[in-house]
Write a protein that binds this ligand. Structure first.
Ligand SMILES: [Ca+2]
Length: 510
């Protein structure tokens, strides 16, 4: 150790406890393509969302949002508008703890088409001592219509706003505390998971650790899947699956596949081994109660079947899994297809607000969509070598009963990463995937779905302790009624044969 580095080490605790620069001085901070619109010290519990604030897709609404924002510690609130191109209008917020900064930066991701600052996720990071930031990704409207006639705004959404936000947040941290963050993390699910992957692929030095949940890493093919389901379940009224029949289908799927994972616990933990055929539910005696008509059976079969190119037989997307039935409303509840996918074809691929999904062609339109995206929104590159060379750690997770993003897509991606990195052992040093049985999109569901991937990532990056398992809980009415370890794929939690199957202690990852 040199004398210089020794003195730096000694200085760090002093700097951490020293009062930062006054927040308001950041208003005069000059950064490229940036207007600072607010730099304001916010006292403990003093933050309220701006008038007219609309939480982003997947963010807590109203009461839950108010609860998430309660009792925040004092912080310096910086708001800025970034204009990396003349058509850009990227709003960002950067929140800097005024005391007890943990010397780390945590950027938080968005859901769906974004269009809103993720205050609730920022609040959680702030409460844990982080300097944090969020962006609206360059537009303030809901859905995908912003992209029409605005190719630069589409790029801002796809990856530029997140990278620009990160650069500016790090600069603001340095200006405020007089020092860089010692570590930087990205934490997101859904679009936020995709944003994290995009950062790892495109800007591998931005973050030391990334949590990417249920990443919509192939927006194009996920949207094709939506058209496949819509054409089979929504185009003809006879094929419509009434949502009140979802529980019937769910119970039949559970009955067929629950035991195949080795434990009858009401959860299909290994859907890859489940080939449930809804034909068993077909009405026999003229009744249409507690059974499915033939067209409904066909529609359900379609949801369980990966779409293929009718000409080449190429699989275009994984399926949604048996066990997910209770969460089918967004994909099969109609009257239109899954909203984010419908907007994608309207505003990005066909650039026609009047485009009608009923005319989607699985052969030619799927190929067109691939050509149009050309890696803009999609974050499907399995080459993470530069991120790994930067000592980055990536935790992926995905719920098996997710009906927004097909779970198998994340497994397929992980397997491609393993191939690129030269094998499972090599990959496990830097990238791990946790499949979550019975969890819906980014949370919820009948399986244990409450866990902290951020804590697992911190232990990995900061203490070198790779996550061999992650503890998960299921709550009913605020009370824990089941715990279970989540395991690094391809391992699964295996019941050891004795003891309470609701207690994680009786499971091992294998
Ligand atoms: Ca089971």
């Amino acid at each position: 150790m040199t004398a210089t580095s020794f003195s730096v080490v000694l200085l760090l605790p002093l700097l951490a406890s020293a009062a930062p620069f006054p927040c308001e001085t950041l208003a005069k901070f000059v950064l490229p393509d940036t207007s600072i619109t607010l730099a304001q010290s916010v006292g403990a519990g003093g933050f309220t969302v701006p008038a007219g604030y609309r939480p982003g897709p997947g963010d807590p609404q109203a009461t839950a949002l108010a609860a998430a924002l309660k009792e925040l510690p004092p912080f310096c609130r910086v708001a800025a508008t970034l204009k990396p191109t003349p058509d850009s209008d990227i709003k960002v917020e950067i929140w800097l703890p005024e005391a007890n900064w943990n010397r780390k930066y945590q950027a938080v991701g968005n859901g769906g088409w974004a269009g809103s600052i993720s205050y609730s996720a920022m609040a959680q990071a702030l409460r844990n001592g982080y300097a944090t930031s969020s962006t609206d990704t360059g537009h303030s409207t809901a859905g995908g219509s912003f992209a029409l006639g605005h190719p630069e705004k589409l790029i801002d959404f796809a990856w530029r706003s997140e990278h620009e936000m990160t650069l500016k947040a790090k600069a603001a941290i340095k200006a405020f505390y007089g020092d860089d963050p010692k570590l930087s993390y990205w934490v997101g699910c859904s679009s936020g998971g995709k944003q994290g992957l995009k950062e790892a692929q495109r800007f591998p030095d931005d973050f030391d650790g990334i949590v990417a949940g249920a990443p919509v890493l192939n927006w194009t093919h996920r949207s094709i899947e939506a058209m496949w389901i819509a054409q089979g379940a929504l185009k003809e009224p006879a094929s419509y699956i009434p949502p009140e029949k979802y529980p019937l289908i769910h119970q039949a799927a559970i009955a067929a596949c629950d035991q195949k994972d080795g434990l009858k616990d009401g959860i299909i933990s290994d859907p890859e081994r489940c080939n449930f055929d809804p034909g068993v539910l077909e009405c026999k005696d003229g009744s249409d109660q507690q059974c499915l008509t033939h067209p409904q059976v066909e529609a359900v079969r379609r949801i369980y079947t990966p779409p293929q190119n009718p000409g080449t037989g190429e699989q275009l997307s994984p399926r949604f899994e048996p066990g997910s039935e209770l969460a089918w409303r967004p994909i099969a509840g109609g009257p239109d297809p899954f909203a984010a996918a419908n907007d994608y074809f309207k505003y990005v691929v066909f650039r026609d607000p009047n485009w009608d999904w009923r005319n989607f062609n699985l052969d030619t339109d799927a190929a067109l969509a691939d050509r149009v995206d050309d890696g803009t929104i999609n974050a499907a590159s399995a080459d993470l070598k530069r991120f790994v060379a930067h000592q980055g750690k990536l935790i992926l997770y995905h719920g098996w009963t997710d009906t927004n993003i097909t779970p198998q897509a994340t497994i397929d991606y992980f397997n491609r990463v393993v191939d690129q990195m030269g094998g499972a052992a090599e990959t496990a040093q830097s990238v791990r995937l946790f499949m979550v049985p019975g969890m819906n999109h980014c949370g919820g569901g009948e399986g244990p779905n409450v866990f902290s991937m951020v804590s697992a990532l911190e232990r990995w990056v900061e203490n070198g302790k790779a996550p061999d398992q992650v503890m998960a809980s299921h709550l009913t009415g605020g009370k824990v009624d089941r715990t279970r370890p989540l395991c690094p794929y391809p391992q699964m939690a295996q019941y050891q044969g004795t003891g309470d199957p609701n207690d994680a202690a009786n499971f091992i990852c294998k």
